[in-house]
Unconditional design. Structure first.
Length: 267
């Protein structure tokens, strides 16, 4: 390893530790896979070039597989996963995410950050509403492809959209747990499809290999504690307390993403 590679490994370790700790907590609490944190953190740490956003999104989905895996295991042990709903939505989610990830090689930075800000603002508003129970899976099936596409193109686990959709027919705790599992499986499948079918990704990843290694190594170290703690916190809060907490978290992230998008647009 030369000095540049060592430097990128160290930066990757720092970015992975910070992003992994924050997203691990949010994954257990809110069912999000971490892309709302990972993409901005990785983008800020990577050298800016034409592939920095697409690489940030690809690494984010890799990290989401790790984050979601730990969190899904914790939610499964707590009985918070609806297997039938997961199987019903997965085909559309996987197809949408695979197509969305392919499109990221051409997305501008400001658009990604603005998209994350809009999603965060919407989820903050949605958590403040009361939901009447609704049955039927037609709306879930119709929404699965668009949710998958947006998730793949922005590098997120889909929980921002999945949890509000699923909590119309499931209790909030089961909606969160089911969302975690769906996001993890969706991200893993989209990465596999793109890795096999889009050779351009290999060149993009090879250019920052040591950053990727550092990020994933740090995430593996910090995730178990973060997700275990957050899943227990999730179980200890009642429905209204959880809504208030998540509404506040998403509102804060939306504000930060909006400022970042404005900065990128002006510069």
């Amino acid at each position: 390893m030369n000095e540049a590679e060592i430097a990128m490994l160290c930066i990757g370790l720092a970015a992975g530790a910070l992003g992994g700790a924050i997203s691990g907590v949010l994954s257990g609490l809110a069912g999000i896979g971490g892309g709302l944190i990972y993409v901005p953190v990785f983008y800020a740490c990577l050298p800016h070039d034409s592939a920095s956003v697409s690489l940030s999104i690809f690494i984010s989905l890799l990290a989401i597989v790790l984050t979601g895996g730990f969190s899904a295991r914790a939610h499964y042990r707590l009985g918070n996963i609806d297997t039938g709903t997961t199987l019903h939505m997965l085909p559309g989610l996987i197809l949408g995410a695979s197509v969305g990830l392919m499109s990221t090689l051409h997305l501008p930075e400001a658009l990604v950050l603005a998209g994350l800000a809009v999603l965060d603002a919407w989820i903050a508003w949605d958590y403040g509403r009361s939901m009447r129970a609704r049955r039927g899976r037609r709306s879930q099936w119709l929404a699965s492809f668009p949710i998958g596409y947006i998730s793949g193109s922005l590098g997120i686990g889909g929980g921002t959209m999945l949890v509000p959709l699923l909590r119309r027919s499931l209790a909030l705790r089961r909606a969160v747990g089911t969302s975690v599992l769906c996001g993890m499986l969706m991200a893993a499948a989209a990465l596999l499809v793109n890795g096999l079918l889009v050779p351009a990704w290999r060149e993009v990843l090879a250019g920052q290999l040591w950053f990727v290694v550092g990020v994933l190594s740090a995430i593996l170290l910090v995730l178990p504690r973060a997700t275990h703690w957050s899943a227990r916190l999730h179980a200890s809060l009642d429905e209204e307390e959880l809504k208030v907490l998540l509404k506040s978290v998403f509102a804060a992230i939306a504000s930060a993403m909006a400022l970042a998008a404005a900065y990128e647009f002006l510069n």
